[in-house]
Design a protein around this ligand. Sequence first.
Ligand SMILES: Cc1cc2nc3c(=O)[nH]c(=O)nc-3n(C[C@H](O)[C@H](O)[C@H](O)COP(=O)(O)OP(=O)(O)OC[C@H]3O[C@@H](n4cnc5c(N)ncnc54)[C@H](O)[C@@H]3O)c2cc1C
Length: 408
Amino acid sequence: MKTFLVLGAGTAGIMMARKMSRVLDAKQWKVIVVDKNEQHFYQPGFLFIPFGYYKKDDVVKPIRSFVAKGVEYVVAEVEQLEPAENRVTLANGRVINYDYLVVATGTDIHPEETEGLKDGGWRQNIFDFYTYEGAAALAPAISNFNGGRFVVNVVENPIKCPVAPLEFIFLADAYFTRKGIRDKVDIIFATPLPGAFTKPVASATLGKILERKHIHVEAEFNAGMVDSSRNVLASYDEREIPYDLMVSIPLNKGASFLGAAGIGDELNYVRVDKETLQSTDYENIWALGDAANIPASKAGAVIHFQMEKAFKNILQHMAGQPMTHHFDGHALCYIETGFEKATLIDFDYTHEPLRGKYPVPVVGPFDLLGETTINHWGKLAFRYIYYLMMHGIEVPLPSDFSMAGKKP
Ligand SMILES: Cc1cc2nc3c(=O)[nH]c(=O)nc-3n(C[C@H](O)[C@H](O)[C@H](O)COP(=O)(O)OP(=O)(O)OC[C@H]3O[C@@H](n4cnc5c(N)ncnc54)[C@H](O)[C@@H]3O)c2cc1C
């Protein structure tokens, strides 16, 4: 009996395990998925928790409810991976030998890596919204906030969903406006980037929205430490930003066992070929989703686009054929801009976000780089589509980026 092992039962792991269990002969293969958690988090929904728009039930579901029939689901932390031995050891002592391995352990926040970030102010007047616990703890702090300096800081890139901090700021602006206290709140976005976002056209569009909403951008700010006794965030170049309430997006890193196994980079992201998603070190290992060190956005939509490519490549590899499916880095992100509007960006490894319509060229209904209510409904609909996909319903959106209907 051969083993197809998937580490991580999140967005990517659940989908890959199901796809494999559907096509592999159950007399010859067992498919196993391992996760340290029993709960699955719909992470895009964390954005809405601090403002009271989503509740726990909207974003937290049992992993078991998504695991396909025929897949063995093991609840345990992965402690060690020995890729040269094709072996994984779990924290409960179980050893799993595999023939093929897919790493889908995602990325997580590490506030402890920034001096002072987890000292006195953590979950008092410093919060995150990249975990369910952080987003839930932030909700009362936002609702009790009556004015002062509201600082949102990205400690270091890459982070998952790189537009989420901007969306959070836009929603905060709308929330404080509706509460009638916007004129008492200074909103400051401290980012290591030179502007609002990485891609020039999108950065200019998003920068204009920030300007219109009177949000101050502290650019090229590399956070070095937090002094919670003075409520000050300081950069390595010794700029200081005082805060009354701070929302931090701490350093994001992959699972530590990947670095220890020698297949991860300095942030524990698995080194893979950016098109085939196969490990550059071991030919029976693939990495998907946030766990991979590809230069694409770490986002659920990206997983949807890369899944089919990786799946077909693995099957070709199993059959001893050359791999012919190339992931182009396609990413599609709805960006909430507040007051029931959103914008949308569509790009890949080589094309930056451009104006146009999506998914039907010229027709839409979604407006690329425009700010519309329909885009906002697209963002909200994403949750239902996501859960359908997690239950194995295929969504017929083409994986590859297309220039059709785009205006360069
Ligand atoms: C605030 C926020 C907003 C976002 N908004 C969007 C959006 O609008 N659109 C979008 O497309 N994407 C968005 N994303 C990103 C999206 O949620 C992630 O990219 C996606 O869920 C990653 O899926 P994954 O399978 O790679 O990892 P995950 O879904 O995070 O799964 C990783 C799994 O691995 C498990 N694991 C980790 N380490 C171990 C270990 N050692 N042993 C065992 N198990 C382990 C974890 O428990 C987890 O279940 C957002 C993310 C956040 C945080």
